[in-house]
Structure formats: C-alpha cells, structure tokens
Design a protein around this ligand. Structure first.
Ligand SMILES: Nc1ncnc2c1ncn2[C@@H]1O[C@H](COP(=O)(O)OP(=O)(O)OP(=O)(O)O)[C@@H](O)[C@H]1O
Ligand SMILES: [Mg+2]
Length: 312
C-alpha cells in the first residue's frame, strides 16, 4: 500500500529539552494510525513538524511525497487537523467557522451536515467564546473533518468529550477512513486506540519503542493468557499441567481455578476439562489488553510514575 506519511529519524529540541530524539514510522494510505505515549514523549511535536508548524532539527518527513519544511502550504492543502492547543476568535459563531473551513478545499462536505453530526445544531449561532469545553472540542474535530482532507491529524480528539461525543467521534473517524482518507490519531485512551487504530506506534522519551497492529503490540509485550473456572473444591486438576502452553495451575479452597500460560489456552484447557468429565459453566479466558502492553512499554518512564512493576 502507498505511503501517506513518512517520518524518518526525526529529531527536535527546544533549547536543552529533547522533544524528539529519533522518531521513525510510516503511515500507509487509507489507514488509521495511532501515536501513543506518556505526557511529554514527543507526540504533539511530531504531528506539528508534519504540518510544517515546527521545523525538525534533523530527519526526513513526507506527507504524500511533500516535504512540510519546503512546502508547508502544499501539505496544509492536504491536511485537516485538530491541534491539542487550538483556539478560534471568541466572537466567531459555530456555523460561520464550519462554513469557512468547508470551503478550504473544493468538494468539501456540506457544513450543515457536520453541524448535525456533531450535535452542534443548537449552537449554530453561538459564539466560540460562549461554548463549553466539550462543545469546543466537538467543533475542532468537526472542523478538521469538514473539508474532506486526504490526511486527518487528530491530537487528543476525545479529551473532554462526553461518552456520546466519543462515540460520535469514533464513528465519524471510521467513516472518514472508509471514504479513503488517512488518519493520524494521537490518543491517551487505550480503548480508543484498540477500537480505531489499524496500526500504531508507542513513543517513550522521544523515540518509538513499538509499532504494529494493536494485536501485534500486545503480543510483543504480553505472552501470558489466563483461564479461570470453578470446579468442586479439592478436584484434582493435575492433568492440566501437561496441556500444551500451560505454565501454572492454581486452585483456591472454594474450587476457583486459575490457569496461566500462552497460546490458545481457553480452547486447550476447555478440551482437557471436558475429556476429564469436568464441564464448568463459568470457563473464561482473559487476554492481555493494549493497556497491559502500553503499561509494560512505558514502565520506568519518568512521566509514568508508579508503573515500574507493570512490565515485571
Ligand atoms: N514550545 C516548547 N518549548 C519548550 N519545550 C517544549 C515546547 N513544546 C514542547 N516542549 C517539550 O517537549 C517535550 C515533548 O512535548 P510534546 O508536546 O511533543 O509531548 P506530547 O507527547 O504531545 O505530550 P502530551 O501527552 O502531554 O500532550 C516535552 O518535554 C515538552 O515540555
Ligand atoms: Mg501532546
């Protein structure tokens, strides 16, 4: 698949602070790519360099083959973005802002539809300065999408949104991707990354420590799968120790059993139990989540105190 965004060995300092030490990743055309990482790990710096809002000290950046340093106007024609620190003139009305942004590119979407999609119909004539925090955030994401850009950059899109707003945002971002756009999504929400991202990169301390699909990133960090069930107290479960992939079998006094290991453990343990005449109705498998993998990857980062044991 063609490359939409390429970041190779990006370095960026602010005085003595190293914001990006060595950031490299590629985003394929038509995918939703997530950038995850602790506070201060260089995510906003990276997406701002990609838009030509900041200049990289070193490295090679491309957006659909254009260099944001030498052709920032060309890049901006292709990109719709919601920045982490956005603002609009206080007196600009919601409807006016959407109408204005929808005309940036020919073929943009009807701005009135965006107003309704984002639940901002009642605020059409409300001035930006009079919107609530969540309403402002809805407006910024709507503005990023309304001109139907080839690349959408969303920096903490759902921060401050209520649960309904989050669902609207997720559905609309998927719809944008399904229309052929590429999405670069900075997020701290693991459920959001798991649901939306085709692939993602985790940044720690200004460098990429993992890339891949959410499932690949989880598999690279967390081998362990847990299976639990209840049997009659004192049942002999020793036979489970010889099931492929099983590392440990524990049973408490109430007959609650916990099997840890790797691979397709639920199927194998279930099969072994049935073969031994045991059919627990509460047999469950617990797979490691993206949050588990993220905590393992970021353990020890100064911006993530208290996580040192997550990777143990
Ligand atoms: N304009 C600036 N001047 C000086 N230092 C800056 C500036 N912008 C960012 N930094 C520093 O660069 C580092 C990376 O910041 P950046 O905003 O890229 O992080 P981030 O990953 O987006 O964090 P967050 O999750 O908090 O948004 C931080 O240490 C930050 O303090
Ligand atoms: Mg940021």
């Amino acid at each position: 698949m063609a490359t939409a965004v390429s970041v190779q060995h990006l370095q960026k300092r602010y005085g003595p602070t190293v914001a990006a030490a060595d950031v490299s990743f590629d985003v394929s055309d038509g995918e939703i790519f997530g950038l995850l990482g602790p506070n201060g790990s260089g995510k906003t710096t990276t997406v701002e360099c990609l838009q030509g809002l900041r200049h990289a000290d070193e490295g090679r950046l491309e957006v659909f083959g254009l260099d944001p340093r030498t052709d920032p106007a060309g890049v901006r024609r292709l990109v719709g973005s919601q920045l982490q620190d956005s603002a609009l003139p206080d007196r600009l009305r919601v409807g006016e802002a959407l109408r204005l942004f929808s005309t940036i590119r020919p073929g943009g979407r009807p701005w009135e539809a965006a107003l309704e999609e984002w639940g901002l119909g009642d605020q059409r004539r409300t001035a930006f300065g009079d919107l609530s925090g969540g309403q402002r955030q809805r407006l910024f994401v709507a503005l990023a999408l309304v001109a139907d850009p080839r690349l959408v950059i969303l920096d903490e899109m759902t921060t401050g949104l209520d649960p309904a707003g989050r669902r609207v945002a997720w559905d609309l971002v998927e719809a944008v991707r399904d229309r052929g756009a590429t999405v670069l999504l900075v997020t701290h929400f693991m459920d959001e990354a798991q649901r939306l991202c085709d692939r993602l990169a985790v940044l720690v301390g200004g460098g990429v420590v993992a890339t891949g699909t959410p499932a690949e990133v989880v598999a690279s960090q967390c081998r362990s799968v847990v299976v639990t069930f209840t049997v009659a107290p004192g049942s002999d479960l020793g036979f489970l120790r010889s099931v492929a992939g099983v590392d440990a079998v524990e049973q408490d006094g109430g007959g609650r059993a916990r099997v840890t290991g790797a691979g397709p453990l639920l199927a194998r343990v279930g099969h072994a139990l049935v073969c031994h005449g045991l059919e627990p109705i509460d047999l469950r498998g617990e797979l490691p989540t993206l949050e588990d993998a993220y905590l393992a990857l970021t353990a020890g980062d100064p911006a993530s105190p208290g996580q040192e044991e997550a990777g143990a």
